[in-house]
Design a protein around this ligand. Structure first.
Ligand SMILES: [Zn+2]
Length: 349
């Protein structure tokens, strides 16, 4: 029987408020372990909690301080959910604590394994791509855009890799070959905008108003970062003024990945790009390549407001995000480089 899409939607009577997430990544073995504590609120007495989860192994589940027997944790792979059967009804605020593990895939969905380089040899890196419904491959969660919640993340990675996420770090320690970074709590946001990266990266940064704008790329590519930094500065300044609401996070990272499913993804504060959509070789790249990078960078920065700060309730209105970001990116690039006459190509984009 064909499953109706609506059957996969979660009930609105239980709302997530905060995710406290501890993650340990092992890119070489394409493996990760996590522990998530979800603070939630149940508006009416609930005898079951339904979360999204896909291809994750749940080791232990504790609800409101009581550990659930394995028979009370029901995974439905087809619906991409896990149902927690409770002994007594839950109402009001509570915490769900889940220890779990997963495998990084090479399909560029969820947390995926990427092939980077270190001193000429292949090295495993990790990136997330969670839009539209891949956060559930990364952590048990309420994986729909209207379920906004804050995220408090700590990330443990091999010491040679740089860990990045949506927010700046508050602590950073290296011990026994592992690097552990704790990040500031995010504002309330949709699960598809969460970002977790671990790669061998160098950076070029500048301050734009109150925002630390940084381009990250592999060490041998970082000399190609300057054009994206200029385009990003231009777009940020334009949009701070255009919207009348300054960019709302303390930092904005733009990260080049060696493999990525689309041109770019607008994760809040940590935009991920296919390297060819971000980097410009000052000697070799054509004007057409620069136009393309300027448009993609501007488009993703528009999404920081239109999509990230203000989000569609459901995916049927995604066209609003994309139409507005596409149109406004042309407006930004045209005001920056009028000689490019980018509007002449608008109907072909
Ligand atoms: Zn877009």
């Amino acid at each position: 029987m064909k499953m109706k899409f609506a059957a996969c939607r979660l009930s609105k009577s239980v709302l997530p408020r905060n995710y406290e997430l501890h993650l340990s990544l092992d890119p070489e073995n394409a493996a990760f372990r996590g522990r998530v504590t979800i603070s939630l609120e149940s508006k009416k007495p609930a005898t079951r909690l339904v979360l999204h989860a896909l291809d994750l192994s749940l080791a232990s589940v504790v609800v409101a301080g009581r550990r659930l027997a394995p028979s009370k944790v029901v995974v439905d792979a087809k619906a991409e959910t896990v149902t927690l059967l409770l002994d007594s009804p839950l109402k009001g605020r509570a915490e769900v604590d889940i220890e779990y593990s997963g495998k990084m895939n090479e399909l560029m969905r969820g947390l995926y394994k990427s092939r980077g380089k270190n001193a000429g040899k292949e090295e495993a890196w990790s990136f997330t791509h969670l839009e539209p419904t891949h956060a559930r491959r990364f952590l048990p969660c309420f994986d729909e855009p209207s379920f906004k919640a804050s995220f408090e993340l700590s990330l443990d990675v091999p010491a040679g890799l740089t860990p990045l996420s949506n927010m700046p770090s508050v602590s950073d320690t290296v011990l026994d070959g592992r690097r552990t970074v704790v990040f500031q709590k995010t504002p309330k946001m949709s699960s598809y905008l969460l970002a977790v990266f671990a790669a061998r990266l160098k950076s070029r940064a500048r301050k734009v108003g109150r925002t630390a704008l940084t381009v990250w790329a592999a060490p041998e590519q970082i000399v190609q970062a300057d054009f994206a930094l200029e385009a990003g500065e231009n777009a940020l300044k334009y949009l701070n003024s255009y919207f009348g609401i300054p960019y709302m996070l303390p930092k904005l990272d733009m990260v080049a990945a060696p493999d990525f499913a689309s041109g770019a993804m607008e994760n809040w504060g940590a935009i991920l790009y296919r390297d060819s959509s971000l980097l410009i070789d000052p000697k070799l790249s054509s004007d057409a390549a620069k136009r393309r990078v300027a448009e993609v960078v501007s488009h993703e920065i528009v999404h920081q407001w239109f999509g990230n700060l203000v989000t569609m309730g459901w995916w049927n209105d995604l066209w609003l995000n994309e139409a507005f970001a596409t149109w406004l990116a042309y407006k930004i690039v045209d005001s920056w480089k009028p000689a490019w006459k980018v509007w002449d190509e608008f109907d072909q984009s």
